[in-house]
Design a protein around this ligand. Structure first.
Ligand code: 13P
Length: 258
């Protein structure tokens, strides 16, 4: 099976809705210029909630093939949950994806693997594709326990999901020590963990699920390092933070095969 590479830009808490319109427009122009084949490499932007309506209007209005999603979602359907956003609110806005369990949400909002798994299930039930994040801190890596640590996260996050659900999901391996630090994992580091995740999914489910699930690497991805990372057999894409905020740089990342 050939998995379609997925390059996603996680804007985090950057860009207001006016800046969002500018970035998406610039990205779309760039990708039109280079005749980007969206079927060959999927392009996704993940703006803050307040930008999504603007991004939707632009993408639908101009019939762009860029997909988009949200950075988090509630496990609740509706009601007295101040500050939360439901899956149906996201699907109404045409979102395809939702990031769940980013390390920043785990660190600053106390999100656990169990909660992240429930968010992923909620997303899947609504027809959204979850991008489920995992990854170890520097101390864990230094202790040489990164593979077992990440596989324990995977076991706990996927506990409530079927093989079919996992097959259509995206998993993002983002070592915390490589996020926003300029300290990129080597292609071999990325492959070691992404390969182990795929192996674990084969054990937990079957080869079909393992072959289908797309696994991204994230952490200081740039146009200068993306090609070597993407050359690894179990890396199917990148979840890009800082470098996704610049249209020209993200264009180069998306068009890494050129
Ligand atoms: P950077 O690309 O800025 O290191 O961020 C990675 C990330 O956390 C994407 O979700």
């Amino acid at each position: 099976m050939t998995r379609t590479p997925i390059m996603a830009g996680n804007w985090k808490m950057n860009l207001d809705h006016l800046e969002a319109a500018h970035l998406v427009q610039s990205l779309a122009w760039n990708l039109t210029d280079v005749e980007h084949d969206y079927e060959a490499v999927e392009v996704v932007v993940v703006p803050p909630f307040t930008d999504i309506r603007t991004v939707q209007t632009l993408i639908e209005g101009d019939n762009l093939k860029i997909r988009y999603g949200a950075q988090d979602v509630s496990t609740h359907d509706e009601g007295a949950y101040t500050g939360e956003v439901s899956t149906s609110m996201l699907t109404k806005l045409g979102c395809s994806y939702v990031v769940v369990g980013h390390s920043e949400r785990r660190e600053y909002h106390g999100e656990t693997n169990e909660l992240v798994g429930r968010k992923a299930k909620k997303a899947l039930d609504a027809g959204l594709t979850p991008i489920m994040c995992c990854g170890e801190a520097l101390e864990v890596r230094k202790a040489g326990e990164h593979v077992s640590f990440v596989l324990a996260q995977i076991d706990a996050m996927l506990a409530g999901l079927s093989g079919e659900e996992v097959a259509k999901s995206v998993i993002a391996y983002e070592p915390i020590w490589a996020i926003g630090t300029g300290e990129v994992a080597t292609p071999e580091d990325a492959q070691e963990v992404c390969g182990a995740i795929r192996g674990r999914i084969a054990e937990l489910y079957d080869e079909g699920a393992a072959e289908a699930v797309r696994i991204q690497y994230g952490g200081s991805v740039k146009s200068s390092n993306v090609r070597d990372i993407m050359a690894k057999p179990d890396v199917d894409g990148a979840l890009v933070g800082g470098a996704s905020l610049k249209a020209d740089e993200f264009t180069k990342i998306v068009t890494f095969t050129k």
